[in-house]
Design a protein around this ligand. Structure first.
Ligand code: WT7
Length: 639
């Protein structure tokens, strides 16, 4: 019945054997995994690479289209199986079930819409939508046509969208009138209109109706999704054969923050990303045909790309897509969904678990969670308390919990236990997947061998979904990931390896924050704060936050301190919301008269971090500061 997965690893012994094989003979290992996918033409070589440039080519010379693998090839056997189960924000509204046949039909239709509106292979299409099934259709239609999608999360501001549109010179946009999220309506089209004031190069905006929010439609530029579909139907619903892509043609761009400058466009390519997302999906979650997989992420982030769409669909799985938030209309929302659809795999984030823990066990009452087989966590280190709460109260002690470590740049899960196959250990991502070769290094890049050691986490050999470049700026890719330690991919994370060789990610070692599982660069927030007219300068650090993991703490030198402090604070928050989006809004703003700087003018962030963490007795040596007195003032003003 259904699919079987020749690359599925089913026992601890098989895991160890597969890992060894993947190191001894990586090309043989990956050729075998890749053989179970549909290629129009086989590869000439499995892997050619160097980390110096970097130049990484997987399955060179192979031709394929990822949507043939995610849709067409399942039609014969799985045509009537749900590909996507969609649960709306409002529990009163009806859910939708979209079979593989339906999804194929919709993707073909919408690929025709894109073509009719001038989109061609290689064009970049920006997608700014809420979590509706048409978002999945839009993404896959781009892939079918060979257009590069750039999905922007619905929480980003007009300025952030404009930056991303300009960076990729995206000529086309797909959006909605608005998005429902909890009790809010987010006016997506109006945000797009604000962004487009600066982006005259955008040719077409395709707008889906979702919230019936009044919007302005500009003649010649803006068209309605439904009208365009009607046109295709009038043409008799022509087919849209998938466009043949090279394995190394770009599939998508996804912007992510770093320690400096503006977000960069991480580029993933067709062949390797397809193979790795499906391979990791099947193995980490131990997916079995017929299982219902519920990943609670938004498709605006890499987790949604890889484990709502491409990974599950590549495996012919049923993926549950949820429009809303875990706590609206009440904190039972996830459990309603698990019960209603008999969900088997639940993949969520520590921040969601911690926020639901706060509501106690009441919201779980009268909910049958017995369908659950596997639980997963992603996005940030999961603390032991949340791990146990999840395992005991949601998994009832019988579901393995997989703690999956990966990054936007890695495309898929690199370090994780495999559900029921390799052991879990609370707060540890545990072991690398076969095909992944982690390495710990010290500050000078020397390998730290052995066990019970800590260091910076690097990967020493490519895997198929590794980042290929940062869009339009290859040097930046090299500098950020491949230059810190020669011949290694540097993750930016600190890590401990225990006596048994299990990996425990301890958090970022650069100036990047992880707020509710979302990556935010401190420099980016500082730039936004500094745009406010009254601000002289600022410094942003993270501090421990019970629910978000990290909160954003901003020290601000303000030119006009005799005004209304609270109002100034709100003005600054508003500025950050405008420039980046609500996700980057500082949790705390402390006004200071100066920042602790060295004589050469460098801000001593270590001290600011300690003060924000309330670790006031361990500030270290402050005598080298230009003005040591400023530290006491900042300490006394800690809010
Ligand atoms: C950073 C990547 C991968 C999808 C979501 C975030 C942190 C991610 C874990 C984990 C500890 C984790 C790391 C990483 N991170 N998963 N299981 N345990 N930390 O993607 O925005 O690219 O962020 O998230 O610090 O570098 P992202």
């Amino acid at each position: 019945m259904g699919l079987s997965y020749p690359y599925q690893i089913g026992t601890t012994e098989e895991y160890h054997a597969a890992w060894k094989k993947s190191v001894d003979d990586p090309e043989g290992f990956w050729a075998k995994v890749a053989s179970s996918f549909l290629w129009r033409k086989r590869w000439d070589s499995v892997l050619e690479w160097n980390f110096k440039d970097p130049d990484i080519k997987w399955f060179k010379g192979a031709k394929l289209n990822i949507t043939e693998n995610c849709l067409d090839r399942h039609l014969g056997t799985l045509g009537n199986r749900p590909a996507i189960i969609w649960e709306p924000n409002d529990p009163e509204e009806h859910h939708r079930i979209i079979t593989y046949r339906d999804l194929h039909h919709k993707v073909v239709q919408f690929a025709n819409v894109l073509k009719n509106n001038g989109v061609k292979k290689g064009d970049c299409v920006c997608i700014y939508m809420g979590m509706v099934p048409e978002l999945a259709v839009a993404v896959l239609a781009c892939a079918r046509l060979g257009a590069i999608h750039s999905v922007v999360f619905g929480g980003f501001s007009a300025q952030s969208i404009a930056d991303r549109l300009q960076d990729a010179m995206a000529n086309y946009i797909i959006t909605c009138d608005g998005a429902f999220r909890g009790n809010k309506v987010i006016p997506l089209k109006s945000v797009i209109d604000d962004a487009l004031v600066q982006c005259r190069f955008v040719k077409k905006v395709i707008v889906l109706t979702r919230t019936h929010t009044p919007i302005s439609m500009i003649k010649g530029r803006d068209v309605w999704w439904d009208d365009e579909i009607n046109k295709v139907e009038t043409m008799g619903n022509p087919d849209f054969p998938a466009v043949e892509m090279d394995a190394e043609d770009p599939l998508f761009i996804l912007y992510t923050s770093g320690s400096t400058g503006k977000p960069k466009g991480v580029v993933h390519t067709c062949g390797g990303y397809m193979v790795y997302t499906t391979y990791s999906f099947v193995n980490v979650f131990q997916y079995k045909p017929g299982d219902i997989h519920f990943c609670t992420a938004d498709i605006g982030w890499i987790t949604g790309h890889s484990y709502i769409l491409y990974g599950p669909l590549g495996a012919g799985a049923t993926s549950l897509m949820f429009e809303g938030v875990p706590t609206w209309p009440n904190a039972s929302r996830f459990w309603d969904i698990v019960d209603k659809f008999r969900v088997n795999i639940l993949y969520t984030a520590p921040t969601a678990i911690r926020s639901l823990m706060g509501y106690g066990l009441g919201p779980l009452q009268n909910h049958d969670l017995s369908s659950l087989k596997v639980l997963g966590s992603v996005g940030e280190p999961i603390n032991e308390e949340a791990w146990h709460w999840f395992s005991e109260n949601i998994g009832k002690g019988k579901c393995p919990v997989v703690d999956t470590w990966w990054q936007t740049e890695t495309g898929g899960i690199l370090i994780s236990n495999m559900a029921g196959v390799t052991p879990s250990k609370p707060s540890y991502a545990t072991l690398p997947l076969p095909g992944v070769q982690p390495m710990l290094v010290d500050e000078s890049g020397n390998e730290i061998p052995g066990n019970d050691v800590s260091g910076n986490l690097c990967i020493k050999f490519p895997w198929p979904s590794i980042i290929r470049t940062t869009y339009g700026d290859h040097e930046r890719c090299r500098n950020t990931y491949f230059a810190t330690y020669p011949e290694l991919y540097f993750t930016g994370d600190g890590c401990y390896r225990d006596e048994q060789g299990n990996y425990r990610i301890t958090g970022r070692v650069d100036d990047v924050l992880n707020v509710s599982g979302h990556r935010i660069g401190t420099a980016e927030v500082e730039n936004a704060i500094n745009m406010h007219a009254g601000v002289v300068e600022s410094a942003v650090v993270g501090y421990p936050h019970d629910i978000k993991g990290q909160g954003i703490y901003a020290y601000v030198v303000y030119s006009n301190t005799h005004g209304d402090e609270e109002l100034s604070r709100q003005d600054i928050m508003q500025t950050v919301t405008r420039i980046i989006g609500p996700i980057a809004r500082p949790d705390k703003i402390q006004f200071v008269t100066g920042l602790p700087k060295t004589r050469s003018g460098k801000i001593m962030r270590r001290i600011l971090r300690k003060i924000a963490e309330l670790d006031l007795d361990n500030l270290g040596d402050t005598s080298t500061l230009l003005d040591p007195a400023v530290v006491d003032e900042i300490k006394n003003g800690r809010i």
